[in-house]
Ligand binder design. Structure first.
Ligand code: C2E
Ligand code: MG
Ligand code: MG
Ligand code: MG
Length: 285
């Protein structure tokens, strides 16, 4: 029975893989026209200061509004975009759109944009970024480029050149998903990051697991020692926020403060933050 069970599992697995690859092929075909047909959308997730709960900026996260399948997650189509090279075109669209949108916000708010390994492996990224800044008029200091460790390990020397070129433009560079790669510490040592984003995996078990508290505490300490600000991702509860605050984490992002949301809704958060500031002024005067 055991062998049969395993056999059935294998059949299910292989047919799933077939389905999966057919699905991917279909996605690849549709994706080619998605950017031109205006089917891509950026949603903006708030990033907040821990102490005041004040809004600091947003991370731009891409979605694909497929005419038949509905809203498709980047987890599904970014890998396909990378395999097919379409990520270059999509990445350029993301940069331009995020900068255009952020340029409409008050100056104190930043925007973070994810770039993938494939984009970093090209020489064109700094040019794309410079062009997005010029077209939108966004101050470079308000743009943050997020890169993951997987984005820099293939050709570290080249990735470092690109990162230095980005920094010369005046944009900041964040290390995304910190702690999930093979050698986060070594990557941190080799690249001049302006921010560390602790992966939500560690935040998720805060309060339940001593290990995750220890890892979070060490990362915050590490950031403080290196003079690099740390932001915790995936903060969903007040309890997690309280622990992070106690541990000295200055910035957070997560469903507690808001999901990734369309531009118009992000603007409402900006208005609310403006009211918060005015309220503070009234009470402190
Ligand atoms: P990421 O850059 O680490 O983005 C954070 C992900 O965590 C987002 O998923 C966000 O919706 C999710 N998240 C944020 N707060 C919470 C929370 O409190 N709880 C939970 N459960 N999840 C939370 P999303 O939007 O599905 O994006 C997934 C990944 O896709 C991103 O991870 C990023 O690696 C990639 N991605 C998204 N947009 C782009 C893009 O424009 N370009 C590239 N190259 N990659 C992108
Ligand atoms: Mg990110
Ligand atoms: Mg992340
Ligand atoms: Mg991630």
């Amino acid at each position: 029975a055991c062998g049969k069970q395993a056999g059935e599992d294998f059949i299910i697995f292989s047919s799933k893989m077939e389905e999966e690859s057919r699905h991917r092929a279909a996605i690849a075909i549709d994706l080619r026209s998605a950017a031109q047909n205006g089917q891509l959308e950026l949603h903006y997730q708030p990033q907040n200061e821990t102490a005041t709960r004040g809004l600091q900026g947003f991370e731009a996260l891409v979605r694909w509004r497929h005419p038949e399948h509905g809203l498709i997650s980047p987890v599904e189509f970014i890998p396909v975009a990378e395999e097919t090279g379409l990520i270059l075109e999509i990445g350029r669209w993301v940069l331009n759109t995020a900068c255009m949108t952020a340029a409409k916000w008050p100056d104190r708010f930043s925007v973070a944009v994810n770039v993938s390994a494939f984009q970093l492996a090209q020489d064109t990224l700094p040019l794309q970024v410079a062009s997005a800044l010029a077209k939108s008029g966004l101050a470079p200091s308000r743009l943050e480029i997020e890169i993951t460790e997987s984005g820099v390990i293939t050709d570290q020397a080249h990735a470092l050149e690109i990162v230095m070129a980005l920094k010369e433009l005046g944009v900041s560079v964040a290390m995304d998903d910190f702690g999930t790669g093979y050698s986060s510490l070594s990557t941190l040592q080799s690249f001049p990051f302006d921010k560390i984003k602790i992966d939500r995996e560690f935040v998720k078990s805060l309060g339940d697991s001593q290990q995750s508290s220890a890892i979070i505490r060490s990362t915050i300490l590490l950031g403080a020692s290196l003079g690099i600000p740390v932001l915790a991702e995936g903060v969903e509860t007040e309890e997690q926020l309280a622990i992070l605050k106690m541990e000295g984490c200055k910035a957070v992002q997560g469903y507690l403060f808001g999901r990734p949301q369309p531009e118009a809704e992000a603007e409402r958060l900006i208005d609310l933050d403006g009211q918060r500031l005015q309220g503070n002024q009234v009470t402190s005067n």
